[in-house]
Design a protein around this ligand. Structure first.
Ligand code: MN
Length: 463
């Protein structure tokens, strides 16, 4: 197969070139002077950018949440990912307290079998774990471990466990990803709000203010410094939190930050609107000045990756709440948190390119290369160098796409971006050399995705 006539953008820069893909589904050559050979299929990429497929390192598919389940499973979610230009995901497997982490890992692997694109797993720990478990995870290709500082009743671990897991992970070439919010303080704010009768969706944001995110980021950076561990801050949502990321980076701590499209585009005022339950996510949506600072952080390299935290729920489920009450949730603490986004990430970050904030190279680095490198997928994923998997997107900067729910492929009945039209969408998406999306339509196969065991982590920061 030859993808010809486009502008290739990857780790080696931007140039007019063709990409030759071999029968094994790997990149064979990238050069300006490749000509169609006998029996070879030609894909015309004229007017388009040819980039490595997107790598989304923060998704929640098939996930049970209270009495509910997210609306996308691994089949429907990865199908939508492919349509939007993402060809690899890393989903979060969770070992709840008292569970055997390796058993949780195997359960998530079973759930993920129908995936249409390649996939990997992070492992979330909710209590102290023996060293043996970390070694076994790494043997299975799981090299990143998530810890929560929020949700004390179900997920959070204390600082002693965070520091301990950081030391053990670092010693084995792994890294730690952390949900940074001061969970205990937030619990107090939530309890007081409910007791005072402040029960509306906007209280979700008021009880999770950005200083409590920033404080947790600073604490994680301090612990990462002690443990000499790479710490990856998931879903950095605020200017205050970003300032703490920068402060740590400037003194040489390897803290990397992820943000998500919802924090780049959506305002907290949506939590006071008519569809407020559809906009609950954690951390909550913030304000314009936060978005300005996050975009600057992307352009300046302080933020390392954009992932989605894709975690969709049906509108009715949101209104019944995590206790699934037929008469509706009693207060904001029962609204399931999370937004759909696995399909729309590349397009929503591309807006930064059309706005003149990011270069095309920045966009590729943030959405594909950096997440691949950080999480041990490099150079198989996130690269178009010879020998890499031919996960490739032909990105048409003129193609228009509505972000209304009924014009997207995600299995969910509302869109956070209803009414918005994008200019910039994939013309063609390949997964290991096979077409998975053409002109906005899924053409791949259920179960064609493979589990990708990950390598241990590069010691040096990428940016
Ligand atoms: Mn998440």
């Amino acid at each position: 197969m030859l993808v010809s006539g486009g502008t290739v953008v990857d780790v080696d820069g931007r140039r007019s070139a063709s990409v030759r893909i071999d029968r094994a589904g790997q990149v064979e050559a990238v050069a300006g002077d490749l000509h169609l050979e006998e029996g070879e299929v030609l894909h015309d990429a004229s007017g388009c950018f040819v980039i490595p497929g997107g790598v989304d390192v923060h998704t929640h598919l098939h996930l049970p949440v209270g009495a509910l389940r997210v609306s996308d499973d691994f089949w429907t979610g990865t199908r939508a990912a492919a349509v939007g230009g993402t060809t690899t995901i890393i989903d979060y497997a969770t070992a709840y307290r008292g569970e055997d982490p390796l058993e949780s890992f195997r359960r998530w692997k079973r759930w993920a079998q129908p995936s249409a694109i390649d996939w990997a797993l992070h492992m979330t720990f909710t209590e102290a774990i023996p060293d043996r478990v970390l070694a076994e995870c790494i043997d299975e290709g799981v090299t990143s471990f998530k810890l929560y500082m929020a949700y004390p009743e179900l997920l959070a671990v204390d600082d002693e466990v965070i520091l301990d897991v950081m030391r053990r992970a670092s010693a084995r070439g792994g890294l730690v990803t952390v949900h940074c919010e001061n969970g205990d303080a937030i619990e107090e704010l939530r309890r007081r709000a409910v007791e005072a009768g402040r029960t509306a969706a906007i209280e979700h944001a008021r009880t999770r203010p950005s200083p409590l995110e920033a404080e947790a980021v600073a604490r994680v950076a301090n612990m990462a410094e002690r443990a000499e561990c790479t710490a990856y801050v998931v879903h950095c949502s605020s200017g205050a939190a970003l300032a703490e990321v920068r402060a740590a980076q400037e003194r040489g701590v390897d803290v990397r930050a992820e943000t998500c499209p919802q924090y780049l585009h959506l305002d907290v005022a949506l939590l006071e609107g008519p569809e407020a339950p559809d906009f609950v996510c954690t951390p909550p949506l913030r304000e314009q000045r936060d978005r300005d600072e996050l975009w600057e952080g992307l352009a300046r390299g302080w933020i390392h990756t954009v992932a989605t935290d894709h975690c969709p729920f049906w509108s009715d489920d949101r209104r019944r709440g995590i206790r699934n009450r037929p008469d509706g949730f009693r207060d904001f603490t029962e609204i399931p948190g999370g937004l759909p986004g696995i399909e729309t990430r590349l397009a929503l970050v591309w807006e930064g390119v059309t706005a003149g904030i990011l270069s095309v190279e920045d966009w590729v680095r943030l959405c594909s290369e950096a997440p691949s490198r950080t999480f041990g997928l490099w150079p198989t994923k996130g690269s178009l160098r010879p020998g890499a998997d031919a996960d490739l997107v032909v990105w048409d900067p003129e193609r228009e796409q509505s972000l209304a729910a009924d014009e997207l492929s995600m299995r969910v009945d509302h869109s956070p971006y209803e009414g918005r039209r994008e200019r910039g969408w994939p013309r063609l998406v390949l997964s290991r050399g096979r077409s998975v999306a053409v002109e906005g339509h899924f053409v791949g196969e259920r179960g064609a995705g493979r589990y990708v065991p990950r390598r241990t982590v590069e010691p040096e920061p990428v940016v």
